[in-house]
Write a protein that binds this ligand. Structure first.
Ligand code: F3S
Length: 386
């Protein structure tokens, strides 16, 4: 892989041991994937932030590093809200360890926004090269914004943040961004026909790691977010196109004649929905947009919750919408920043959780040891307040 003079000096250790290690990670990755060079990035998004997932060895590794991010870089959700973790039910030992993880990232120059929706906080433009690692954020950046990022691991995203570059391969190269399979969604009139998380949950299993092109659907940006997050979880989708909607499907003309075609049927969608009793309800996977908070506020106005109801959103989004947060919280529901239903140990205490997200439906059983039930946001509110 070609390295310029500065890269070579970093690799030789002239700028410290941490930068040298980070460059070694990027070079190793580039060589595995046959990258011809490194490409400068405009931002990074770093996962591996919850103490629940990285544990003490991950923390010790972070604390051994000594450098600063060279580009704007944002941290993924951690295992607890930084404010009010006691009320959220986090124990002191976990909170102490989690605070050490946050401090280690802060020292590395990573902005501790603790969100999987960094695109609500900083504008990311079409064509920008990024190194993002949260799979739903990767799907959103590539598909909805038209930026270019591979699905990075936590260490490679951190390495890219510190070096300011990433290996040029995979989805950084335009020719690799063409659709590989066409997806049709059966028209339906069932109660969950337009549930984008459920559609993505089914579609992800069918397309695996291929790049899908959806035909005949008209999702908005929040729908695309839910669709991509679910496909990234049940498949390994890092980029998808929607005919006439997503940026590259509007810029390029794709020849789909020879591609495989799959159909997401209404029966497959409805089969995901059950009437199981749940102990808690959690929405905001990925973290809620302002529009989603507005919808929840309207649904909850004048109601009272009868079981724990958590709504996850980036702190920046919640802060900009104090009126919505106060309507939501008057019902007894809680808007929680910095964390989520999958990466927080708080959710491990429930035996069954209702979610509105195809991604959470896939991850809650394995990550929280809880039974997961999916519903629309309206159904989640009904269950939380009945
Ligand atoms: Fe975000 Fe957590 Fe879901 S990181 S995408 S809310 S699993």
């Amino acid at each position: 892989m070609y390295l310029d003079n500065d890269d070579e000096r970093v690799l030789a250790g002239e700028f410290g041991e941490t930068r040298q290690k980070m460059m070694e990670i990027l070079v190793a990755l580039g060589e595995v994937y046959g990258a011809e060079k490194l490409v400068p990035i405009t931002s990074a998004q770093v996962s591996g932030a919850s103490y629940k997932t990285i544990g003490r060895w991950g923390l010790a590794w972070l604390q051994s590093l000594n450098a600063r991010a060279a580009v704007p870089a944002v941290l993924n959700p951690i295992g607890m809200p930084r404010e009010g973790w006691q009320e959220f039910g986090i124990d002191e030992e976990f909170a102490r360890r989690q605070a050490e993880v946050v401090e280690a990232y802060r020292k590395l120059g990573i902005r501790v926004e603790c969100t999987c929706t960094p695109y609500y906080l900083r504008i990311t433009e079409y064509g920008e090269h990024l190194a993002w690692s949260e799979s739903s954020a990767v799907a959103y950046a590539n598909s909805v914004l038209g930026a270019r990022t591979n699905r990075e691991g936590g260490p490679s995203a951190l390495a890219a943040a510190i070096i300011g570059k990433t290996p040029y391969y995979g989805l950084h190269i335009v020719e690799n961004r063409r659709p590989q399979v066409v997806v049709e969604v059966e028209n339906g009139t069932g109660p969950h026909a337009g549930h984008w998380g459920a559609i993505g949950h089914v579609a992800g299993k069918k397309v695996g790691n291929r790049i899908p092109l959806f035909e005949g659907i008209r999702p908005n940006r929040d729908h695309l977010k839910a669709l991509g997050a679910a496909m990234a979880a049940t498949g390994a989708v890092a980029l998808f196109h929607v005919e006439k909607i997503t940026p590259e499907a509007r810029v390029f003309t794709f020849d789909t004649g020879d591609l495989d075609r799959v159909t997401v049927t209404q029966d497959e969608i409805e089969a995901l929905f059950t009437e199981t009793e749940v102990e808690a309800v959690a929405v905001g996977c990925p973290h809620c947009s302002a529009d989603e908070l507005r919808e929840l506020a309207e649904l909850l106005r004048g109601k009272t919750t009868t079981k724990p109801f958590y709504i996850f959103a980036a702190k920046g989004v919640a802060k900009h919408n104090p009126d919505l947060v106060s309507v939501i919280e008057r019902s007894g529901a809680r808007v929680i920043a910095d964390t989520c239903m999958v990466v927080s140990p708080r959710m491990d205490e429930f035996a069954s959780i209702m979610v509105d997200s195809g991604k959470a439906l896939a991850y809650v059983p394995g990550m929280c040891g809880a039974l997961a039930r999916i519903g629309t946001r309206k159904e989640c509110v009904e269950v939380a307040t009945s």
